[in-house]
Design a protein. Structure first.
Lengths: 255, 676
């Protein structure tokens, strides 16, 4: 398995002149093609900053990020935009659908931005929508959809360009438990049937239990790594809970 | 503390809403300039006649100013609403921190005061300087010497401006206070998060509304062009049809447009086109009333500009050819008055004017006319499509020798006719196009047949009058009038001296003599219908024409400019207020990998289409409106001037509209730029 994402010695500092906050402090890891990887950590642990750096939305202080063999930390603004639209797919916590466009158009937008041939658009959108079970809501506007439906539309938009990597930032954060479960099953579908490589940030153990592998981050540093292997999701969930307890563990020293 | 907060808020909103501030300043400036006309330097050197014009102009501007202040008041209240909308979250935070509504109101009042004081100050400062420029233009119109320049300042205009805008700002404060009292904390805080809901109209509703709107507009266009002049009811009907059609057009536009463009998949699914069209259609959908209003206002602006300035231009051009003599005295024979039935005596003899002519005239001549012998229906050949109402209009007849004497007195070469030939003279630009001189025509006059001798319309003016009003004079050989008695005689006089004082004195003398000589109650010099004697002097014609010119052009420019800046300011503010929502949308597009060039292009197209949407129908309306009103302009003079003035109007529109468009584009671009 070749790595699709390779992060080496990544650092991201905020502030300056004696008031430096190390949001990401020397993190290295890699993600292989077809993996479903989770990043867990408490609020303020630096997981979203890490994701933003990989997403090229934020710049790094030092270190390198390679996606599909290309060093994205050395790219110019125009190259970055092209990289984002061709290699990455995004799923955000607050859906980030365009409210003036229908579900269908929101999905198609990702294709029109990369100037895909018009005749391919319809079949691609329908194919992805079918896989995610949202065929019947394609004509609706975001305000007519539930949170879960919106998030699945966002998933469809993320996968439709067949990106090297899908980045999901707390995708279940704004969903109720039923919608969250359906969304995570959608992620599994994307991963298994559409061969998507997914990197998901979350602080919720249940959400994380759908991943193959979980990286735990604390105070900007890599703290632990869990691999699901062949264990059941329930067993994996218990493992996660114990690591989370461990993570929170030295909080008790604070009190 | 509150004041400091207010000052900071204003500083920020001035940066974001420079357009609002500039429009306000511009409005104040125009208001001052036009209301200060009375006290401008040029006015000090005016003659009594001219002073009268300025008094009329001043009172006209006074009335127009009330209307203008209502428009500006609407603009200020409307734009202020936009400013408030953008600041909902900020107001929510004040409330969350425990500030009561009274205090928030006070902050807003302080802000309105600061903006008001600054824009009033800036507007007045610019206005005071601009009024010096207008003074120079006025002086130019009245052909006055402005070599001794004096800086003038109008206290009354200043007070008026302060008063009117003071009222406007008080109204704004009241509006703000009312809207604050209605706000609820939760809606304020969630204002930015609330996603818009779009009421997409049923496509059939859109289609039928669109069909009705096109039908209304077509009917209005057809009626105004073909029957617009016939009655005021039809004119009113056209206005109503036009307004209804325009509003329905914008009501249905977004639905139709979107449907049409979506049908073209190649266009719709290319780059950000989908996003652009959706954005525009949702904006037009919600703002169709204001779009319709803006379209109609732009139409009024362009028509007022073109027609007003054309009339002004035509009037000042026509005056030179309409008044070739210093004085024209015309004596009519009326069947109702025995004494004057036959105008057998020349004017000079009838009123014993010979001694006055010896005293004042450098040159004089009398021309005899034979009215009611022939009318327009006698010439179906060269007048094939004259409107039915005009068919029985009488034409004057004049002998070739009288005609040539008139030409000679104006330094023109004489014309020649054969013994059985006639020619036509017409100087009215409104009527002249009806003559088709390339066709043949024979007429019967006094029992003998004549054929058309000169294959073109002669354009000479045979007597001085207010405008070019000769709709048709038939010139025949002298022999044709054998045995006939002329029923109209005109005495044309050129004075010995050309200055206005001498002319007034001479005209006065002629006027007195006629008043003495004319029989009681019959010979009054009047413009009434059944006059016996008509008297026009060049001085009066000049000042009245210049008066028309000045009043029309000043009012047209005043109303035109205010309407124009109001329209574009509203368009600009609607787009700028959108920009905060757009920041989120464009942020998302950027995350999805849209590069800056694509985002900029999308923004540009959005604003361009939004600005063009009300302009294009307005231009169509204007073309029809100008067709209709070109008749009106032609009454005042030369027919080509409306084209020139329309081009000038187009130029002004382009500069103001283009300027606001670019300002909006760059303003929005600044707002959506990612914050570092």
């Amino acid at each position: 398995m070749e790595p699709i994402l390779n992060v080496s010695n990544l650092e991201k500092y905020y502030g300056g002149r004696g008031m430096v906050t190390k949001a990401v402090d020397n993190i290295s890891f890699s993600v292989n093609k077809g993996e479903f990887v989770g990043i867990m950590g408490a609020s303020g642990s630096g997981k979203t900053t890490l994701l933003n750096c990989i997403a090229t939305i934020d710049t790094v202080t030092s270190g390198h990020i390679y996606v599909d063999g290309k060093n994205i930390t050395a790219m110019k603004a125009k190259q970055l935009a092209a990289f984002r639209r061709e290699q990455l797919g995004f799923v955000f916590q607050d859906f980030n659908l365009l409210d003036t466009l229908t579900a269908y158009e929101n999905i198609a937008l990702a294709l029109t931005i990369i100037k895909a041939p018009v005749k391919l658009i319809d079949s691609k959108v329908k194919y992805v929508a079918k896989a995610l079970g949202i065929l019947d809501i394609l004509k609706k506007y975001p305000y007519q959809l539930s949170g879960g439906q919106k998030q699945r539309v966002a998933c469809a938009r993320a996968i439709i360009t067949q990106p090297s990597l899908i980045l999901a930032d707390e995708p279940t954060g704004a969903l109720d438990s039923k919608s969250a479960r359906m969304l995570l099953e959608s992620f599994e579908t994307l991963n298994r049937d559409l061969c998507a490589t997914i990197l998901m940030v979350t602080h919720d153990a249940f959400t994380a239990s759908y991943c193959h592998r979980i990286l735990f981050i604390k105070d900007g540093k890599l703290f632990n790594e869990l691999v699901r292997g062949n264990s059941s999701r329930k067993a994996f969930f218990d493992n996660i809970i114990s690591v989370v307890t461990l993570l929170g563990g030295d909080n008790s020293n604070v009190f | 503390m509150f004041f400091k907060l207010a000052v900071n808020n204003v500083r920020r909103s001035v940066r974001d809403y420079a357009i609002y501030f500039l429009t306000l300043t511009f409005g104040v400036c125009l208001f001052y300039v036009f209301n200060s006309i009375e006290s401008q330097q040029a006015m000090a050197a005016l003659s009594a006649n001219q002073r009268q014009i300025i008094e009329m102009l001043t009172s006209a501007i006074g009335y127009v100013s009330i209307f203008i202040s209502v428009i500006l008041g609407f603009l200020v209240v409307y734009s202020n609403g936009f400013l408030m909308k953008r600041r909902k979250k900020e107001l929510g935070i004040y409330m969350l921190l425990g500030m009561d509504k009274g205090k928030i109101s006070r902050i807003l009042i302080a802000e309105t005061l600061i903006i008001g004081i600054f824009s009033l100050g800036a507007g007045l400062a610019v206005g005071i300087f601009a009024s010096q420029g207008l003074s120079a233009i006025t002086a130019g119109i009245f052909e006055m010497d402005m070599s001794s320049f004096q800086f003038t300042f109008s206290l009354s205009a200043l007070i008026k401006t302060l008063l009117y805008f003071g009222i406007i700002f008080v109204v704004v404060m009241i509006f703000n206070t009312i809207s604050i009292s209605k706000y609820r904390l939760i809606t304020l805080l969630q204002a930015s998060r609330k996603s818009q809901t779009f009421r997409i109209r049923n496509i059939w509703v859109s289609v039928s509304a669109f069909a009705v709107s096109i039908a209304c507009l077509a009917a209005a266009y057809y009626l105004i062009l073909n029957k617009g002049w016939t009655s005021s009811e039809i004119f009113l009907l056209c206005i109503i049809l036009g307004c209804t059609g325009t509003l329905l057009f914008f009501f249905s536009l977004s639905g139709i447009l979107l449907r049409v463009i979506r049908a073209n998949k190649k266009l719709y699914y290319r780059g950000l086109n989908m996003f652009i069209f959706r954005q525009i259609s949702s904006k037009i959908n919600t703002a169709f009333v204001s779009m319709g209003m803006i379209c109609l206002m732009l139409f009024v602006t362009m028509v007022t500009f073109s027609v007003g300035t054309s009339i002004a231009h035509a009037a000042s051009q026509a005056v030179k050819s309409a008044a070739p003599y210093d004085l024209s005295l015309t004596k009519f024979a009326l069947s109702s008055d025995e004494q004057y039935t036959a105008a057998e005596k020349p004017v000079t003899e009838a009123f014993a004017l010979q001694d006055l002519l010896d005293l004042y005239a450098k040159e004089y001549l009398e021309i005899s006319f034979y009215n009611n012998m022939i009318d327009m229906s006698d010439m179906p050949g060269i007048l094939p499509d004259i409107p039915p109402a005009a068919q029985t209009s009488p034409m004057r007849a004049v002998s070739l020798s009288d005609y040539n004497r008139a030409l000679e007195s104006q330094g023109k070469a004489p014309v020649h006719l054969g013994t059985d030939e006639f020619a036509v003279n017409c100087n009215s630009p409104a009527v002249e196009p009806y003559y088709h001189m390339d066709r043949g025509q024979t007429i019967t006059f006094n029992g003998k047949e004549y054929r058309l001798g000169i294959k073109q319309v002669l354009n000479s003016t045979l007597d001085t009058s207010y405008a070019l009003m000769d709709t048709g004079t038939v010139i025949l050989p002298d022999a044709a009038f054998e045995g006939l008695v002329p029923n109209v005689r005109t005495l044309n006089v050129m004075y010995r001296q050309s200055d206005s004082e001498y002319a007034q004195q001479a005209t006065g003398a002629f006027q007195n003599r006629i008043a003495q000589q004319a029989p009681e109650g019959a010979g009054q010099i009047s413009m009434e219908e059944d006059m016996l004697v008509r008297m026009y002097d060049k001085e009066e014609v000049y000042s009245s024409n210049v008066g028309t010119s000045v009043i029309f052009s000043f009012i047209a420019i005043y109303i035109g400019l205010i309407f124009l800046i109001t329209c574009v300011a509203i368009l600009a503010l609607q787009q700028l207020a959108e920009a905060s929502d757009n920041t989120v949308r464009y942020g998302l597009l950027r995350k999805l990998g849209t590069d800056q060039a694509m985002v900029n292009r999308s923004l540009f197209m959005q604003i361009l289409i939004y600005f063009a949407a009300p302009l294009l129908p307005a231009v169509a309306h204007t073309i029809v409106g100008l067709q209709f009103s070109s008749m009106l302009v032609q009454i005042f003079g030369s027919g080509t001037s409306i084209v020139t003035m329309s081009l000038i109007t187009a130029g002004i529109m382009l500069v103001v509209y283009g300027g606001y468009f670019l300002a909006t584009y760059f303003g929005c671009k600044g707002m959506i730029r990612p914050k570092k």
